[in-house]
Design a protein around this ligand. Sequence first.
Ligand code: TRP
Length: 348
Amino acid sequence: MEEFQDEKIKIEDLKPDKSKRILTGIRPTGHLHIGHYFGAAKSWVELQDKFDTFIEIADVQALTDNFNNPQKVKDNTLQIVMDLLALGIDPNKCTVYLQSMIPEIAELTVYYSNLVTISRLQRNPTVKTEIAQKRELFGDSVTYGFLGYPVSQAADITAFDATYIPAGEDQLPLIEQCREIVRKFNSIYGETLREPVEVISNSPRIKGLDGNEKMGKSLGNALYLSDDYDTIKRKVMGALTDPSRIKKDDKGHPDVCMVYYYHKLFSTINEIKDVRSECENGTRGCVDCKKQLIENINAKLEPIRDKRHYYEEHPDEVKDILMAGTAKAKREAEKTMEKVKKAMMLDY
Ligand code: TRP
């Protein structure tokens, strides 16, 4: 039966239910920055108390556009797990696992690939945008693997029988495509797979220090959870401020200033009010304003960084956590595989 989703379901509105699985994935291509944190990871920490939470370290998906740089994917895999643990993901509540160690995902991808047309993949808005952004890598002809990554992502989701998928705007077309694959599979081979539901979050997308709408490694405008005090200081000192404010006592426009924007994320309500009025009246200079922000950001990131240092010094512990999560996730994928093979008459 088709489910008509008029209004998107918000993560914040979901009723806690430990029997429901929520699944998300992250490509290990760089350390986590505060855009990941405020935009997604912070809510995962809350979700682990409410649902059976799975986080996939999607190294196979990362290779679809980093096939020529396996070292980068490998190096970032444990780093991402360290970031997740540092910001509060608890391996006793949340299953963190590695995609490449679960061959069932690859196997499902092969079977699902019969249920998707090339033109449908080419029309996927997220894939379309990404191909356009990656002309340097792909030239005029995209790889089969990259074009097909939505199929592999459908396998990521269905292998673990996930009910909810937290998603930002860019992930919605991928989940929609997964739902189509599930419906097609079930209509041909019989009711076997669960149709996942996307849940959106109120979390904002965080702008870069340079004012760019997106924070990203390639844009060079990101603050990382692993950044030390001096790095935070250097980056905040270089952040975009009101360009019309030349002298210290010029009246400023906080709404065009990235320092004010970050005060709203890291400072207390009273501090934010003071920053606004003193900037607007020209009584506080940008340097003082930045110094206060540096201290506030550092105070928030310090405990995360300290926890991360512990894991950096105990990489074997991090690896053990990932391997235990992977073993658990693999057992779930095996169950799905058995059902799928039976439905497809491949259960020899
Ligand atoms: N495509 C996602 C991203 O780029 C990562 C991802 C991989 C994912 N597998 C997933 C997200 C499964 C949700 C569910 O961020």
